[in-house]
Design a protein around this ligand. Sequence first.
Ligand code: GAR
Length: 230
Amino acid sequence: MPRLRTAILISGRGSNMAALLAAARDPAYPAEIALVLSNRAEAAGLARAAEAGVPTAVIESRAHRGDRAGFEAAMQAVLERHGIGLIALAGFMRVLTPGFVERWAGRLVNIHPSLLPAFPGLETHERALAAGVRLHGCTVHLVSAGVDEGPILVQAAVPVLPADTPDSLAARVLAEEHRIYPAALAWLAAGRVRVEAGRVTVADAPAPQAALVNPLPEPAPLPTPSHRIG
Ligand code: GAR
């Protein structure tokens, strides 16, 4: 089976990119990472990709300020030149136009550091802590026109612990990102993903693991009248 030529789009350090590159080193992995494309020349991930021998390209979004269509036309030209059939967004911090999203429909996937649809956008870990959620996590989804929206391929949940800071929570989530993204990209590249009415099914996917639930305090105190809640 020819492997699907895949581009990873980054804006920064590229740790998810590195996880995808590592997975794709296996010749049996159905996606071949044929290009790493950044909208910032200073993205640290570019050097990591070059070290791994993967072709890299930069289309500076700053040079196209106020001209998203021009920025995306330049990206599209590079993607076509490299014969790309699938795009994985990995910390790519530009919003794509509906036109670009439509052109790549079903072949454009993103990872986001929250359990979508909770906390789309930026500073997800700060917002999860402020909201007091007990579970947080990450999502790999097909991209549709809204920001951090689209059919969900896979999610991983982690507990939010009392002593967490945004950094400690981000690190716990990031470890899960590195685990789920290679799996989801493989399903997509292998043509195992079907979307019906916005819901994804994956052919021959492993059974979901039991839901992760925070440990309850022990022993759970019975509410006394003075402490009754509600
Ligand atoms: C990751 O946590 C990714 O989920 C997030 O940016 C980080 C990039 O880190 N993406 C988004 O917030 C997209 N809305 P990385 O460059 O080390 O992969």
